[in-house]
Structure formats: C-alpha cells, structure tokens
Design a protein around this ligand. Structure first.
Ligand code: SF4
Length: 307
C-alpha cells in the first residue's frame, strides 16, 4: 500500500455480542485507527438491539452511523419488506434463498462504501469472526471492490468466546437484553430462529409476530407459498394459535435444554469461568441455542445479521 493512499476503516455492528466486543476491542487496542461504526437497520430489528446500539454509542463516544434508519419511511403506506417480497415474486427468503440479507444488509453497505472506493480509498472492514470459530467469509468483495479488504482481528489475535464475554464485562455493557429470550440479533421475522423463539416472539412482541404472519399470507400467492413458511415447510405461524402446539414446542425445548445441561454445563463452567455481568448459567438457553440443537453457532445464519 502506498504511503499516501487514502484509507477508510469501517466496522459493522449487528446488535450481536461479537461485533460489539470487537468495536470495544479495537477502540482499546488500536486507538490510533479512526473507525467508522455502522449499523444496517432493516427496520425490523428488535427494540433491544436499538437499545444496545445506543449504549454502545455512549461507550465508544462516537456516533454509530445508521445506514438506512428510515427504511420504513421510504413509502409509509407500504412497509419495505412487503415491497421487497413483491419484488421477489412473494417468495419468502430462506437459508437457501437469502435475498433479505442481500437487499436489506449488503446493498446498503455497498451503496455506502461505493463513493469511497470510487474516490480511490482502500476500505478496510473489520468483522467479529473469533479464533474459536470455523473461518467464514465476512463479506466477499466483488470485482469492482478490489480495494475493499476484510480483517478479522479476533481470529488474528486469538480472541475466543470467553474473551468476548470478558471484553463486554470489563466495559460494563454486558450482553444485549434479547439474550433473555432469543439467541441472536437480526430481523424480528428471521427464519433462522428456532420454534421456541417464535413462541417467545409471539408472547413478547405480538405486533411483530402478526406482521410476520402477514408476510406469510402475502407469500401464499407465490408458486410454493402454500407449503413454505417462516418456520419451514408445512408449518405456518398460524399453527401457534393452538395452545397445544405451543405447549409441545415448550416441552420439546425444555427436554433438549435439560439434555444439553447435563452434558455440557459443568464443562462450560470450568472452561469459561463465571462472569460478573454475563451470567452464563442464567442465559444458557439462549447463549447455547445452537449447541442445544447440535448446530454450529449462528445455525448457518449470515454473520452480517447476527455477529
Ligand atoms: S436477520 Fe434473518 S431475515 Fe433479517 S436479513 Fe438477516 S437472514 Fe434475513
């Protein structure tokens, strides 16, 4: 890199623990780097996420740029997701067809950095992949983004999950409050959530749940709309109107949790130690959601949304 090259450092906050810890870590360990923090607001985030971003802002003493914070106001008569769903032939996004991440998270990011790249900047984007995770793409730059570099300081500096907890603890911010009931940030209707999390969404945020149901209804006009839903094939959210189904989901989750606790709790306590603010035992349900269901962390979800 030439000495006079213009460089822009950026770090995306998803509302999740790893990106938050990374922002704190960078501010502490690399104070000489002037980083622009950003949050790509889909307009369908949890209230706890907004709250956590605001607390981070105070902690960092720096504004976190909202890349599309008024996304719902573009056309107030038509919620943005309703419009996007139409543009995608009313096919709900899924693990295989994750158009939502592209449209609501990646495109705003690309639009934001494009003028800098066009202006000859090298853009360095820091992502919170940890040293104890399998390597995953933070964001794969395309042909026109040759000057975009992805860096993973946690992976490079050997910071693991316990290190992330320590950073959040020592900064006095702890974990985002949604960990009391849900395992990751992202849209209220995210299809990566477990059935138990849908039940909890319904109980905590009935309006957001009804909105998700309305999108399913809209998706019924797509070619496969009658069989594919947020929770998977043949199980629309309306099935949660049946108290017996809710009881069954809760019971199944409780059993899975008990199995996991038996197997892992002692080992985890020994490994991670207990933290002042991050009470591993109390939050084992959400902090370990993927492990409870034998999945890798994130359950395959895009790091842009939950990291
Ligand atoms: S959080 Fe889920 S629904 Fe939202 S953009 Fe990401 S993958 Fe899609």
């Amino acid at each position: 890199m030439s000495k006079n090259k213009k460089v822009k450092h950026v770090l995306g906050l998803s509302g999740g623990k790893d990106s938050a810890a990374l922002a704190i870590y960078m501010a502490r360990e690399y104070p000489e780097i002037d980083i622009d923090y950003f949050f790509t607001d889909t307009g369908y985030e949890l209230p706890e996420v907004y709250n956590f971003i605001e607390r981070l802002e105070s902690l960092l003493g720096k504004e976190v740029l909202r890349l599309n914070h008024n996304v719902r106001l573009i056309n107030s008569d038509e919620p943005v997701f309703k419009r996007l769903l139409k543009e995608h032939n009313n096919f709900l996004p899924s693990g295989r067809q994750r158009w939502c991440t592209i449209r609501m998270k990646l495109e705003p990011f690309e639009r934001w950095i494009k003028p800098f790249l066009d202006d000859g900047y090298e853009v360095i984007s820091y992502v919170g992949i940890r040293a104890d995770e399998p390597w995953r793409d933070g964001y794969v730059p395309n042909e026109s983004q040759k000057n975009l570099t992805i860096k993973m300081p946690f992976a490079e500096d050997g910071i693991k999950k316990s290190g992330v907890f320590s950073i959040l603890d020592s900064a006095g911010i702890g974990l985002p409050k949604y960990y009391e009931w849900r395992s990751r940030s992202g849209c209220t209707f995210c299809f990566f959530q477990r059935k138990i999390e849908w039940v909890r969404l319904m109980e905590r945020y009935p309006k957001a749940f009804e909105e998700a149901k309305a999108f399913e209804k809209q998706a019924e006009s797509s070619e496969n709309g009658e069989t594919f839903y947020w929770m998977g094939p043949n199980e629309p959210l309306t099935t949660l109107e049946d108290p017996a189904r809710i009881a069954q989901i809760k019971e199944n989750h409780e059993k899975a949790l008990q199995r996991f606790e038996k197997k892992k709790l002692r080992e985890r306590k020994r490994k991670l130690g207990m933290h002042a603010m991050v009470d591993e035992e109390k939050l084992i349900d959400t902090l370990s959601m993927d492990e409870i269901y034998d999945d890798i962390e994130g359950g395959g979800a895009c790091i842009t949304c939950y990291k």
